[in-house]
Ligand binder design. Sequence first.
Ligand code: PLP
Length: 228
Amino acid sequence: MNSLQQSRNQVIQQIEEACKQTQRDVNGVQLLAVSKTHPSESLREMYQTGQRAFGENYLQEALEKIEALNDLDIEWHFIGHVQRNKTKHLAASFDWVHGIDRLVIAERLSNQREASQKPLNICLQVNIDGQETKDGCQPDEVIDLVKQISQLPHLKLRGLMVIPAPGNIDAFKDAKALFEVVRAQHAHPEDWDTLSMGMSGDMTEAIAAGSTMVRVGTALFGARDYSK
Ligand SMILES: *Cc1c(COP(=O)(O)O)cnc(C)c1O
């Protein structure tokens, strides 16, 4: 067994264990492989272990990998911060965008998504624990943003994404509570199905709190080298 197979098995085991401990269905937690800084050959190798969903943070790097791996059936997620000038490429080349925190960005993505493509899946990023430097809308803006973004024709708003400060387990519970508040008021609650939270260091706690998608990089691919 190669090392990526081994590390993926370990991560899946950890997800299964977290689900078991909290009596959750393991099918309710998706694994997103966060592959930023890793070469496309590593993604191809990870794909061969059965992984289909990959998350990238940097647009130019991501576009090169999408091109290099276009023979594979990968579901591409953009998990970096979304700036205005990036929306065109995101709308054209991705299946999911997690870092939406303003209506204007969502509108641009919807306008730029081709009608012939499937709607672009979106998560609204919330600054759940009031971090000063972090992106994300404020929790009290979420209800209005959900109403407005849900009207956009070429998007499918699926839920929330949070990146709490390391070790802030309570923030996962706050995110879950907010997620449920929105669901209770949602016109189509069945479409509101994604709570994107948890990374290599805190996926167990995130799953215990109700995460439906963990974004895991280091535990799958090893440490990142930003020097290149
Ligand atoms: C890099 C990144 C991750 C993965 O972090 P690891 O600690 O390597 O698992 C998850 N989510 C976001 C938004 C990231 O930027």
